[in-house]
Design a protein around this ligand. Structure first.
Ligand code: HEM
Length: 506
């Protein structure tokens, strides 16, 4: 018998009308739901939480594309540790340096894994075939070790410097051409191209746009951009509300098509490579020599392209934007470069100058504090129950660390926390570093899951910024204003391209 007929029978037998019985049923369901939530909260002693909606939980609070800002606002009312529900997924959000230490240091092991990602699970070889989205385990651990040994040790970074400097020099030549022609230069595009070239050459010995397959009519650059958009702009509904997973059918098809075309494009580059043992030329050689499966290799290459290109390039873009707005800081940087590097406008700032460029380093730290490229880190997940500052956190709870809010917390950074003030790193905050030891500044995260790319990212950003400022004077095009509005895609970038007119330094 259908529910409607049952209700009609009950109404006839009890003497109450059908609408009254329906209203009573709905009230009972709501009461049970509230009681269940209350009981869970009591039993688990959960952190504070704003009121949630049935089914979607707190998802509506994050609509609008700036979850780091929305969560920082909620924390102003509910405190720096929150327990929210994204659909049916319990999620812990922390927004102070002390709490970041709790979850990324004290409970580092518990929170080191990644949650299940429906889109990553569709990769050939599954979610754990790569590095960035893989759950902790022997496969992830081995890939971290291989990538550290082949890309990020001091000797590997030193060996990578000629490639980095060749690309930086190429960019400076390009800017010089614009300067001679008095033309407007697109800094956003220029820094992005530089990073694509450097990272792809270190990974595969070719620039990103050179990795292409004419038969397939596409380049790896297009495929990576397509993938970043697919994975970052539209989450899977089923990852948050499993019973609504059917809404992802079209999205899953698009992801499957993208994965097939990516694998086809990369296949030739990987399968035709014959590395010489003992002398790997690039990262791809190292992965092949380590006996990694082709599917594995392709996903790892894309992980490094997706993780290693946009983060340093937006850091450079934000730095140039802040310096275009702050002539005092720009002058101070120029003075440092004249003192340490000197020479003519064609003299390149080199790696060996970096240890003495303290103000350049202060500017890069300040940019990573104020415009941190990954504002909530990547999602972590608890692999066991644990207690965080007296609250019980259940296994399976997702974790967001709001490093954007932590970087702007007046308790750590004083009254000028939201201002661009690089001198703070020469004064009171001199000892604070970005490498995961100081929890008030975590642009790369901290602990087991911390970004492995720091040793490569910092010299690239520092040497490029120093060269852009040492060789050129920069002015704004007529009627153009630097737009500091944020846009969150795969990383936190500025919303519009940065344009400026270079001229050659006298
Ligand atoms: C300014 C530059 C960079 C910033 C700010 C940055 C930031 C981050 C952050 C916040 C994470 C997530 C940490 C977490 O979940 O706790 C991460 C992960 C990662 N980054 Fe970076 N990154 C940068 C450059 C690079 C570079 C140059 C590479 C490689 C060439 C790279 C490769 C990766 C990889 C593979 C992961 C995933 C690690 C894992 O899950 O085990 N990053 N990065």
């Amino acid at each position: 018998m259908k529910v409607r007929e049952r209700l009609a029978m009950a109404a006839a037998e009890s003497g109450y009308s059908l609408p009254t019985i329906s209203a009573a049923c709905i009230c009972t369901i709501l009461l049970l739901w509230v009681a269940q939530r209350w009981w869970t909260r009591r039993k688990w002693s959960l952190p504070p939480s704003p009121p949630a909606w049935p089914v979607i939980g707190h998802l509506h609070l994050l609509a609008g594309g700036m979850p780091h800002v929305a969560l920082a606002k909620i924390s102003e009312s509910y405190g720096p540790i929150l327990h929210i529900r994204l659909g049916s997924v319990p999620t812990l959000v922390v927004s102070t340096a002390e709490l970041a230490r709790e979850v990324l240091f004290t409970h580092d092991k518990t929170f080191a894994t990644r949650p299940f990602f429906g889109c990553a699970a569709r990769l050939k070889g599954g979610q754990d075939s790569g590095l960035a989205m893989a759950r902790t385990g022997p496969a992830w651990s081995e890939l971290r070790k291989i990538s550290h040994a082949q890309l990020f040790t001091a000797s590997k970074v030193k060996a990578a410097m000629p490639i980095i400097m060749e690309e930086v020099e190429g960019m400076m030549e390009e800017v010089r051409r614009y300067a001679k022609a008095g033309q407007v230069y697109n800094i956003t595009k220029g820094t992005s191209l530089l990073l694509e070239n450097i990272i792809c050459r270190l990974l595969m010995g070719q620039r990103l746009h050179e990795v292409s397959d004419l038969r397939l009519g596409s380049t790896l650059k297009e495929k990576v951009q397509e993938g970043v958009a697919l994975f970052s702009t539209r989450p899977m509904v089923g990852d948050f509300i499993p019973w609504l997973g059917f809404l992802d059918i079209m999205h899953k098809r698009r992801i499957d098509r993208w994965i097939d075309s990516l694998h086809a494009l990369l296949h030739r580059a990987v399968a035709t490579r014959d590395p010489s043992p003992g002398r790997p030329k690039d990262f791809l050689d190292s992965l092949l020599l380590a006996g990694k499966d082709y599917n594995n290799i392709k996903v790892v290459l894309v992980d490094f392209l997706a993780g290693g290109v946009d983060t340093p390039s937006v850091t450079l873009d934000w730095a140039m934007a802040e310096l275009l707005l702050d002539s005092k800081a720009k002058m101070k940087l120029k003075e440092e470069l004249m003192k340490v590097v000197g020479g003519s406008s064609e003299t390149l700032v080199q790696e060996e100058h970096l240890p003495n460029l303290v103000y350049t380093k202060a500017i890069v730290k300040e940019i990573l504090r104020l415009h941190t490229p990954v504002p909530l880190l990547m999602p972590h997940m608890a692999t066991g129950d644990c207690e965080v500052v007296g609250y019980n956190i259940q296994r399976g709870t997702r974790l967001f660390v709001n490093v954007w809010a932590i970087g702007r917390d007046p308790k750590s950074w004083g009254d000028n926390a939201v201002d661009f003030y690089p001198d703070r790193f020469l004064e009171k905050s001199e000892q604070i570093d970005v490498r995961g030891q100081n929890f008030e500044l975590l642009p790369f995260g901290s602990g087991r899951r911390m970004c492995p790319g720091i040793p490569l990212a910092l010299p690239i950003v520092e040497v490029t910024l120093a060269n852009l400022i040492h060789s050129f004077e920069w002015s704004l095009p007529p009627n153009y204003q630097v737009d500091m509005k944020e846009n969150l895609g795969s990383v936190l970038s500025r919303a519009t391209p940065l344009l400026a007119i270079p001229s050659i330094r006298a």
